[in-house]
Design a protein around this ligand. Structure first.
Ligand SMILES: NC(=O)c1ccc[n+]([C@@H]2O[C@H](COP(=O)([O-])OP(=O)(O)OC[C@H]3O[C@@H](n4cnc5c(N)ncnc54)[C@H](OP(=O)(O)O)[C@@H]3O)[C@@H](O)[C@H]2O)c1
Length: 318
């Protein structure tokens, strides 16, 4: 009889003492490298590959998995993959994991499946929990600012999601500084402190530094998690010798060919040279730069293979 063996996480998963960093002025420690499920975890991706990446991550102390309602494609399917991973491998480790989701972009048809209304956020969090087969989220985000909805409505929904026990903490992603400052004060006054801000930060896009968002987070004790820290793969060796057919750029989705300008290629080749001189990989060097920005808690990477994730994890000193 073929008895299926259950996967068991590595006993050495917490051996790297340099892995964790306090998230702002909170009680939460996050891994310096977190794993994003935006791409490579949808229904169109091979499940066994996604599973190996998630297992490798957890085996190496990556306790934070980041999702959103509409990650896939199709929408919702990355959360379903997470649910399957819970059933297959991760449920025994639920309390060792920090799982986030978000709502803010288009998710379901009609007027209630997008933006920042209470209706959308409250129903979306329920759907996310169901798809991921979880009874709570660790972190729930407003995914983007909705300029048409009163900020108080969006923020009050976040407060209620915490009070109802559906998420332990709340976060804000992609809001401009002025609205972030409003949100921070609003949440603080209701004793649901803003745990973390999620924004794009990498060597090619330094807006959170330039706009003062990172400084604001640092000063107020809000954590900062940097998404697309490798500029979707541009800041690696991936495109130095052309566009490989299995790359994100070749799939013609979120990373368009016009991003690969001669200036960007020059900058990446420079980075590659600097990395080599220090005995590092290009991705490692790019991630170290992000982690070196004061106030950054974690780099939120994507990976289409275990080898990529292994390479990315080199940025955390052992
Ligand atoms: N809040 C928001 O609005 C928002 C927006 C975007 C992303 N996010 C979050 O941030 C996460 C990460 O975003 P991202 O996927 O753009 O991050 P990224 O780490 O900048 O890019 C990941 C891609 O880079 C390539 N890559 C990674 N490591 C590599 C290595 N060592 N060598 C060569 N290539 C490597 C892979 O591309 P290939 O697929 O070509 O192999 C991989 O899929 C998302 O999953 C999501 O959780 C949030």
């Amino acid at each position: 009889m073929n008895i299926r063996q259950r996967w068991i996480a590595s006993e050495g998963r917490y051996d790297n003492n340099a892995m964790y960093q306090r998230c702002g002025r909170s009680g939460v420690l996050l891994p310096k490298v977190s794993l994003g499920f935006w791409q490579n975890f949808g229904a169109n991706d091979p499940y066994e590959r996604s599973r190996l990446i998630a297992q490798y991550a957890f085996d190496h102390g990556v306790t934070h998995f980041d999702l959103a309602n509409n990650y896939g494609p199709p929408y919702g399917s990355a959360e379903e993959t997470m649910g399957r991973l819970m059933d297959d491998d991760l449920r025994p480790y639920r309390d060792e994991l920090f799982i986030s989701s978000k709502a803010g972009y288009d998710m379901w048809p009609g007027p209630y499946g997008n933006w920042g209304s209470r209706k959308y956020l409250m129903r979306s969090v329920e759907q996310s929990l169901r798809r991921m087969k979880l009874d709570y989220l660790d972190l729930f985000y407003s995914h983007r600012l909705d300029a048409e909805t009163p900020l108080e409505e969006t923020l009050e929904a976040l407060v209620d999601i915490v009070r109802q026990g559906k998420a332990l903490y709340v976060g804000i992603s992609n809001w401009p500084l002025e609205q972030l400052a409003f949100g921070y004060a609003y949440l603080r006054a209701r004793d649901v402190p803003l745990l973390i801000y999620q924004g794009r930060l990498n060597l090619l896009d330094r807006k959170p530094v330039e706009t003062g968002i990172l400084k604001f987070c640092r000063e107020k004790g809000i954590g900062f998690i940097a998404f697309s820290p490798l500029a979707q793969g541009l800041l690696t060796d991936r495109y130095v010798d052309g566009i490989s057919p299995d790359s994100r750029m070749a799939r013609a989705g979120s990373l368009t060919k016009d991003r690969l300008t001669p200036e960007v290629l020059d900058a990446v080749r420079d980075l590659q040279r600097q990395a080599k001189a220090k005995g590092r990989s290009t991705a490692e060097e790019a991630l170290r730069w992000v982690l070196d920005q004061e106030g950054v808690t974690s780099v939120l990477v994507g990976a289409s293979s275990v080898a990529q994730l292994a390479d990315d994890l080199k940025c955390v000193e052992v």
